[in-house]
Design a protein around this ligand. Structure first.
Ligand code: ZN
Ligand code: ZN
Length: 299
């Protein structure tokens, strides 16, 4: 079984929600029978990530993340970084320091698209992590780096069963489409060949993501609730223009605080609804039983 739990479903600047980072857990049986998954993966870890994880560890079924009241960072085995905005990487310094000095566990494995490796270190993390008690440090002192070449369609897997392929997304443009690296994830179950699409941050891109959306059994798609002339996210009205058969399997996330102030009742009718934070969604049920409608986990 593969499950996904959002630490938060908020946008970069949301204050009533943690930022949109997600914990994917791979289980040989499932959370109903195991106290801890057999492997796991954090998709992004933004500035609110540590506080969100601190709360998640106290939720039923997430006790393995709890180390006597503190976050058990050693329990995080893998990370995937979609892009370099602070709501997706702002918590990495804490995670890196805590896993290096707080435990005797192996370095977490960092799966990352090749074009992001040097900028992540040189432009974002080196200032805080470049020197430690033993002298100079590099990204590899903190993480076991698995650089994936998106040109070669490189992917990684959990439990040799669930494949994760980075998908280029049209988020920020310097001049042209895809000239600033950002990625979503196509998640595939090898046994059933089913797929789930996790959009990451992206503009509305039916041309680029359409075929993946059509084939996926479930889609987690970012949304920007506010309309604007030149959005770098997919807006509410743009997503509403998608065919109903795609919208009906789409859960929205990355919402601003406007989500709390206005009524979006249509989300439950026109889409699968808004994603909720800190509950498990089932992506694939390897036990052979049907997933519940909407991907809600059974427990
Ligand atoms: Zn974001
Ligand atoms: Zn972004």
């Amino acid at each position: 079984m593969l499950t996904l739990t959002f630490l938060g479903v908020g946008s970069a600047f949301a204050k009533r929600n943690f930022q949109s980072n997600a914990l994917v857990e791979a289980w040989n049986v499932g959370p109903h029978a195991q106290s801890e998954p057999d492997d796991n993966l954090l998709i992004d870890f933004g500035g609110t990530g540590p506080l969100a994880l601190h709360q998640l560890k106290d939720q039923p079924g997430f006790g393995y993340l709890n180390d006597a009241g503190r976050i058990r960072y050693a329990a995080i085995r893998n990370l995937f970084i979609t892009h370099l905005h602070g709501d997706h990487i702002g918590g990495l310094e804490e995670l890196a320091v805590m896993t290096r000095y707080g435990t005797n566990s192996p370095r977490p494995r960092l799966h990352i698209a090749k074009p992001l490796v040097a900028p992540l270190w040189e432009n974002s993390l080196k200032g805080g992590l470049g020197v430690h008690a033993d002298g100079m440090a590099t990204l590899s002192d903190y993480f076991d780096v698995n650089a994936l070449d998106p040109v070669e369609n490189a992917r990684f897997a959990l439990l040799n069963r669930n494949e994760f392929t980075p998908i280029s997304t049209d988020h920020i443009r310097i001049r042209t489409k895809l000239d600033w690296p950002s990625f979503g994830l196509l998640i595939r179950d090898r046994s059933s060949a089913e797929t789930v699409l996790y959009s990451g941050d992206t503009r509305f891109d039916p041309e680029g993501l359409g075929p993946l959306m059509r084939d996926a059994k479930l889609i987690f798609h970012e949304v920007q609730l506010e309309e604007e002339a030149r959005p770098v996210h997919a807006t509410w009205s743009e997503l509403r223009s998608l065919p109903p058969e795609i919208r009906k399997k789409m859960r929205l996330y990355h919402v601003s605080d406007a989500h709390f102030d206005r009524q979006y009742a249509g989300a439950e009718v026109e889409f699968l609804g808004f994603s909720r934070a800190q509950i498990r969604y089932t992506l694939f049920d390897s036990q052979g039983g049907p997933s519940l409608p909407g991907g809600l986990a059974t427990d």
